[in-house]
Design a protein around this ligand. Sequence first.
Ligand code: FMN
Length: 346
Amino acid sequence: MGTKHGKVVTMSHGTPATDRPLTTALAEAAATAGYAPSVHNTQPWRWRVLPDSLELRMVRDRQLAATDPEGRLLALSCGAALHHARVALAAEGWVPVVERLPDAGDPELLARLTSLRHPGADPQAMHLVQCMQVRHTDRRPVSDEQIPTAAIGEITRAATGEGARLHILDSDQVMELAAAAGHAGSVEAEDPQLREELAYWTSRTGTGTGLPPEVLPEQAPQTTVPGRDFGRAGTLPIGPGHDRAAVYALLYGDEDEPDSWLRAGEALSAAWLTATRLGVSLVPLSGVVEVEGTRQTLRGVLSGMGFPYLVVRLGIADPAHAGPPHTPRLPTEQVVDTSAVGDVRP
Ligand SMILES: Cc1cc2nc3c(=O)[nH]c(=O)nc-3n(C[C@H](O)[C@H](O)[C@H](O)COP(=O)(O)O)c2cc1C
């Protein structure tokens, strides 16, 4: 395969791949990655489209300096965006070589997608791109409907396929999680810096980042495992549900390093998009990993199997009432830099 002025001239088998410039596919994939979930909807990423590659950089200005000083949740969020971009490329027929943290001297460069081949559009990826457009965080309690066992298996395998694992908590472990989540909530509520940071990201109306009142519960749901206390009431009606039929799972892996956090984000995206495809709601609970003490509790739950990255709640959303609206996003031109390739509009 070669490129000339950003145009794909041949594909790996020597036949014409597509008349569409590769740079257009890269810019579109980066734009589609904007659908990815991120902690507090910070969208801490920026893409740079180059003639035959795509770079993903973190944006320190949108890191949660108090809540996430190590950048664990930032890397998880960027990993989710990276997976979204890979899937969007696959839906258009492109498969890149992905170099994660390719430059030790430039830690903000999280990934480079290069050496793109064009084996042809992947129908499964096309379906997942549709799932990106409907996926959202629904913080209401879940219904009493049980998640089919086969669905849990598929969601777990989707995470494993991206190099992190999903451990389904048993009932004793859910009680441990409930206590840890309660404790993490009170530690965070007592910390003025954390409160201030949360208040900032829950009052960003009109900026395309942060959490608007429409997606936050109007009152705390009655659940065994408490969700995040956003420090302010939203306007989302929570209905009568509970979390009796919810399944809680722990995303974890072998290392506690930026590279593994990035991969964990890719796994989160894969699991979440698969859940969406199967009609299963997924809500991340990151308070328990933000607080050092409760992150250690989760390590104990894993009893030496690895390092915890994120807790997720899985369940079937209440079908009788409308869920929250979509959370706004930054305009594409603020997160996708196409200046190196001229006039490419994703
Ligand atoms: C790493 C990470 C941590 C998150 N932690 C929480 C959380 O603790 N509680 C919560 O309600 N949502 C959490 N979320 C969901 C985000 O708030 C959500 O993805 C973002 O606001 C965008 O909204 P959307 O998912 O509906 O598109 C988290 C998401 C990510 C990627």
